[in-house]
Write a protein that binds this ligand. Sequence first.
Ligand code: AMP
Ligand code: ZN
Length: 113
Amino acid sequence: MNCLFCKIIEKNISAKTVYEDDRVLAFEDINPQAPVHVLVIPKKHISTALEITSEDNELIGYMFQVANKIAKDRNVAERGFRLLMNCNRESGQTVFHIHLHLLAGRVMHWPPG
Ligand code: AMP
Ligand code: ZN
């Protein structure tokens, strides 16, 4: 499968790992949009949020727990942070392996662009 994030999981492409275990990987976004910009991905290939099924409920919840841990470790939990997942073209999804963006370290605007 020609998936960039699967290649990062398999270590065929390098990334700056922030956290890893048997279920998830978190790494620094290559083009950060905030002082903290980490991507949390499942090791299971799921191409978009639309492909998430009830089988993945535990995994998706766990991705949020990992993001929370990273936010605490980076000392942005109290200040605030944004977690988001783009789905399909109009949202701006460019990599079709789901990823939770953890953005923090500056004031976030709403509505998002
Ligand atoms: P999205 O637009 O929601 O699909 O997000 C994809 C994200 O992946 C973007 O923020 C990119 O900067 C990031 N990205 C793309 N290639 C890499 C890479 N090789 N290592 C780390 N982050 C990447
Ligand atoms: Zn993948």
